[in-house]
Structures are given as structure tokens and as C-alpha cells.
Design a protein around this ligand. Structure first.
Ligand SMILES: Cc1cc2nc3c(=O)[nH]c(=O)nc-3n(C[C@H](O)[C@H](O)[C@H](O)COP(=O)(O)OP(=O)(O)OC[C@H]3O[C@@H](n4cnc5c(N)ncnc54)[C@H](O)[C@@H]3O)c2cc1C
Length: 554
């Protein structure tokens, strides 16, 4: 939406989403959006930059990080002026709370519904621009239309009717979100299924750093639903089965507010070593000492989620939690202007831009800090919008072979409809999720990853022998779920293959057989390319400007 608003200042925009703009996963964001406003303690963009780079285990491209954190305060005030209601300090300034890995209270928030507040403020701006922005709700993007190294539009279909259409465009911006749904336990919405990264991949764009998947420490036990880090930011404790605040052992100076990769591994170690609560595979998030008044002021949604989903009221009882797949650091490679890059040399795909979680700029490196993602989506939404606008003003619509482009998608539908196999797609989806959780999750090693790749490949071939039950055209959600599953099975393999090749531990990627970071061999970004023979791995250097890699302790 932020990108569309930028383009609509001068040109017409079609904004297409398979849900509704205000139901995008961003609306589930709870804890906050980072900016060094310095409203409760002195702060600076320099400190925000250092925390981000250290949090990312020095894999971040620092030229991009610098511009990103410098833009943050302006972006917050712009959102405020658009009507986003932020929580306040007693003096009436935008309130800021602590978050994992940030050395200063930097998270601007609207109670624990920050994403919702931002999304609706932006949506109002879309309404205001309704002359230039046309919104296509419940339309599905299938593929990019490219000719040589230029992007000329997308092939889409209307979920309501199944009608396939070609959308010509001078420029295309992907803001298609993450792909946490490949894991069994995840915070991500049903729509987070890698469609964008896979459509780019099919058009010859590599995938950058897919092995870096963030596991959030506080997912509701068995369901993955998020209890925001804000709960710990406000002072919540993590307790093992013995009632100990075990973070003392793992990150004595930051305790519960160490970066997520470190807290998630600490939890998993406690569970694996038999110190889960009641000997089970969960631990406790304890908020009781905060008191009802503070919980209702700062964390009302978390309280309600506990009551609604497991009948636990966090005012009276601790919440059972476990690590949950949360964020995709990897994605479509872009430069700091939001332009999509197709190789290690910075070659652009003309007319193609990406921003938000589907993109890899890479401002988060190997691990994203909490509240840095809403900021990423907004900053690079604006930047990609600006770049797309400038580009679109200089080109004409290209000729597109509509028939050929449509046929590809019609054939995909036809193939699925005609398959009369024996396999259940739901079963395949469930097995993929369990496999990724078990063998490509918080702790990985050579053996597990090889098993994972092997099993994912088997699932890919079973997928070709699936059986669809709904053969109708109208609102056939089954067929879209099958297409999404196809994308997820491919991205699952890409994640595991990149993880197997990275023989080190860094940020969100932890190999028990290579527990140390290895800057000599692996201070580099992965680029996974598609080729005739299968996946091909290449690498590109990390942009280091101000901060040389140092040991990451908290
Ligand atoms: C529960 C939760 C809490 C979070 N809390 C925070 C937080 O407090 N602070 C923070 O900074 N970050 C937080 N994050 C992360 C952050 O919210 C996301 O990374 C960010 O909002 C992603 O924004 P996006 O615009 O890239 O994608 P999304 O908001 O996921 O939007 C993707 C859009 O692409 C559309 N789309 C995808 N594929 C297709 C297709 N094939 N055809 C048509 N449309 C398609 C979808 O319909 C959707 O509209 C949280 C994430 C989760 C899951």
C-alpha cells in the first residue's frame, strides 16, 4: 500500500491482492515499529544501525541498513500524519518500548495492535487516491510476464470466477510477504505461501539467503499463534519446568530481551534437555507480576488470545509457549532502491521491484530484530514505489503475447483439474510442514538436512499424483491452495538446500555440526538459481561499511 501511494502521485496503479489489503499479514503485527526517535531515552540512527547489524550477525548489507534507519523517524511521523494512532507517553509524545536486540526503547506501538493501526491508516490513504489506485481484491497473481531482462506485467486470475487475465504494466512491484506456512508451527497467515518469490524464481530471478528463517520464541504451544515480544518488552519472564528464568544462562546481560534466534534456541535447548514444563515440549511466558492494569493498557490482545484459544488468562496464569516459524529473512534480491537484482553483479531486471518480507535487501542479514520489519515494509515500500514511478515514466507499454501468457496459466489449472491421482494434497501439506519443522527447524545438521531434502523431493513427486475434489470454477479455494502448496514444496527444497551448503551457524541458521560462525568461508549471501539440472548455488559478497564483524554476545 505504501508503494502504491507513492506511484499514485503521478501514475495509475492496479493494486492486486489475493485477500483484502487490510487483511494482509501485516495486520497481525503486534509489538511495534522501530525508529530512533529518542522519546524515552536518548537514541540515534547510529545506535539503531549497530543494533540491526549485530542482530543480523553481520550478514546485513550496511549501505542499505544506513539509509533505512536514517529514514525511520520521518516514516513514523508520516504514518502519524496519515492518521496512525500511536500509544503515548504521559507528556503526549509517541511512546517507545524495549524490544529484543535493541539497546534503546525504540519500538513505537499502538498497544499490541501496531500492524492493524498502520494498515488501516494506509488503507484510508488508498481510498483517498481512488481515482488513480484501483484495488483488485481476491485476485491471484500467477506469473510474471518477462521478455529478455524486462518485466512487462503479470498473469492473474479472479478467485471468484476463476477467469484468467493478463495485466500489462510498465512496472511491477511485488510485496507478497513471507512463507512461514511451510512450517507446521508458525505465526504466519494462511496467505504467506511464497507465491511471489516463486513467480520471480520462475522468471529467472535467484532467491537470496533462503536458509535464514526466524523462529520466534513465543508462539502459543501447538498452534504457533504469536504472543508478541512486547510481552517480554513490558517485563515478562520466561520460565522452564523448574520455574527458573533460564535466560540467565544464555544471555545474562539481555535476558529475555536477547535477539530472537538466541532466545528461541535457549528455549529449544531447555525443552530438548528435559526442562520443559511438566516434562512436555513447552515453556512458560509469565506476565502475572505486571498486573492487570498494565496488561490491559499495553497487552490487551495477548490476554484475549490466551483466553480465546486456550482459556488461559495471563493475569492469573503463565502462558504455554514454544518456538514458532515467524519471518523469512531471505527472498527476492533487491538493491537499496527496491530494484530487483538477478545476479551477484547487481544486474537489474528492468521494470521489476520488490519490497517488504518477500524482498531481501538485505537489511536484516541473518536474523531480523523485532519491530524492524514493519519499518522495512514501509521504508522500502516508499522506495520501491519511487523507483517504479521514475522507471515507468521513461518507458512505453511493451507488446505482450497475451495468448501465450494466458495459456501457461490455463494449462496449470487444466493439469490440476484433470489429475485423478491417489494422493491427498492435505496430507502432503501436513507432511511437508512436519518435515520442515523436524529437520530444517531451530537446530539443523548435515544428516537432518539431507533427510529433509530427500523427503521434500518425494512429496514433490507425490504432489504430481494428487486428486482435486472441487472441479467447479466459482470460488474454488481448493485449487488455489493446491497452487500455493506447489510453491511451498519448491521453496521448502530451496531453504533446505541452501541450509545444507552453509556449514556454519549464523543468526537464524544454526548447525549443531558447525556451531561457530565462519567469516572466512561464509561471510557471503547465498543466491539460489534455478537451472535445467536443478538448483544451483552461487554467492555474493556482503556490503560492509561502518561495522567490521565482531563476536556477537549479549
Ligand atoms: C503475527 C505476526 C506479528 C508480527 N509483529 C511484528 C511487529 O510487531 N513488528 C514488526 O516490525 N514486524 C512484525 N511482524 C512481521 C511483519 O508484520 C511482516 O514481515 C510484514 O508486515 C510483512 O509485510 P508485507 O507487506 O511484506 O507482506 P504481507 O503483509 O504479508 O502482505 C502480503 C500481501 O501479498 C498478497 N499476495 C501474496 N501472494 C499473492 C498472490 N499470489 N496473488 C495476489 N496477492 C498475493 C497477500 O494477499 C497480501 O496482501 C509480525 C509478523 C507476524 C506474522
Amino acid at each position: 500500500m505504501r508503494a502504491a501511494i507513492e506511484v499514485s502521485k503521478e501514475l495509475d496503479v492496479a493494486l492486486l491482492t489475493k485477500v483484502y489489503p487490510s487483511r494482509s499479514h501485516s495486520g497481525a503485527a503486534q509489538g511495534g515499529i522501530a525508529a530512533a526517535l529518542g522519546n524515552s531515552e536518548s537514541d540515534s540512527w547510529e545506535e539503531h544501525m549497530y543494533d540491526t547489524v549485530k542482530g543480523g550477525d553481520f550478514l546485513n548489507d550496511q549501505d542499505a541498513v544506513e539509509e533505512y534507519v536514517k529514514s525511520a523517524p520521518r516514516i513514523i511521523y508520516e504514518l502519524e500524519h496519515m492518521g496512525c494512532v500511536f500509544s503515548r507517553t504521559p507528556e503526549g509524545k509517541i511512546a517507545q518500548r524495549s524490544f529484543g536486540g535493541h539497546s534503546k526503547p525504540r519500538a513505537c506501538f499502538s498497544a499490541d495492535r501496531t500492524g492493524h493501526a498502520i494498515l488501516h491508516a494506509l488503507h484510508e490513504q488508498l481510498m483517498k487516491q481512488s481515482k488513480t489506485i484501483k484495488i483488485y481484491n481476491e485476485w491471484y497473481m500467477h506469473s510474471l510476464i518477462t521478455e529478455g531482462n524486462r518485466c512487462n506485467g503479470v498473469v492473474v486470475s479472479d478467485i471468484r470466477t476463476g477467469a484468467v487475465e493478463v495485466m500489462h504494466a510498465k512496472a511491477v512491484i511485488f510485496c507478497t510477504g513471507g512463507y512461514g506456512r511451510v512450517f507446521k508451527i508458525t505465526t504466519n497467515a494462511f496467505a504467506s505461501t511464497a507465491d511471489g518469490v516463486m513467480a520471480a524464481f520462475d522468471a529467472g530471478v535467484p532467491m537470496e539467503d533462503p536458509e535464514f528463517v526466524q523462529f520466534h520464541p513465543s508462539g502459543l504451544y501447538r498452534q504457533g499463534i504469536l504472543f508478541s515480544e512486547a510481552a517480554r518488552g513490558e517485563g515478562g519472564y520466561l520460565l522452564n519446568g523448574k520455574g527458573e528464568r533460564f535466560m540467565e544462562k544464555y544471555a545474562p546481560s539481555r535476558m529475555e530481551l536477547a535477539p530472537r534466534d538466541i532466545v528461541a534456541r535457549a528455549e529449544q535447548s531447555e525443552i530438548d534437555e528435559g526442562r520443559g514444563v511438566n516434562g512436555e515440549d513447552y515453556i512458560h511466558l509469565d506476565l502475572r507480576h505486571l498486573g492487570e492494569a498494565r496488561i490491559m493498557e499495553r497487552l490487551p490482545q495477548i490476554r484475549q488470545l490466551g483466553i480465546d484459544f486456550i482459556s488461559v488468562d495471563c493475569v492469573k496464569d503463565p502462558l504455554p509457549i514454544q518456538p514458532t516459524a515467524h519471518y523469512s529473512m531471505g527472498g527476492i534480491p533487491t538493491n537499496k532502491f527496491g530494484q530487483v537484482i538477478v545476479d551477484g553483479e547487481g544486474t537489474k531486471m528492468e521494470g521489476f521491484f520488490a519490497a517488504g518480507e518477500c524482498a531481501c535487501v538485505s537489511v536484516h542479514g541473518a536474523n531480523r530484530l523485532g519491530t524492524n520489519s514493519l519499518l522495512d515494509a514501509t521504508v522500502f515500500g516508499e522506495r520501491s514505489g519511487k523507483s517504479a514511478l521514475e522507471y515507468a515514466k521513461t518507458v512505453d507499454f511493451a507488446k505482450v503475447n497475451e495468448g501465450r501468457e494466458k495459456t501457461k496459466v490455463l494449462k496449470l489449472f487444466e493439469d490440476i483439474f484433470q489429475r485423478d491421482g491417489t494422493e491427498s494434497y492435505n496430507q502432503i501439506r501436513d507432511e511437508m510442514k512436519v518435515e520442515m519443522m523436524k529437520n530444517c527447524g531451530v537446530f539443523r545438521d548435515d544428516e537432518k538436512l539431507k533427510v529433509c531434502i530427500d523427503n521434500i523431493k518425494k512429496l514433490q513427486s507425490r504432489f504430481k499424483n494428487g486428486k482435486v475434489t472441487d472441479k467447479g470454477k466459482l470460488f474454488n479455494t481448493e485449487i488455489y491452495e493446491i497452487i500455493e502448496l506447489g510453491n511451498m514444496l519448491r521453496v521448502a527444497e530451496i531453504i533446505a538446500v541452501a541450509a545444507l551448503a552453509r556449514n556454519e551457524s549464523r543468526g537464524g541458521h544454526y548447525r549443531t555440526d558447525f556451531p561457530k560462525r565462519d567469516d572466512v568461508d561464509f561471510l557471503k549471501h547465498t543466491l539460489v538459481h534455478g537451472s535445467e539440472e536443478g538448483l544451483e548455488l552461487k554467492y555474493k559478497p556482503v556490503v560492509i561499511t561502518k561495522h567490521q564483524p565482531a563476536e556477537r554476545t549479549y
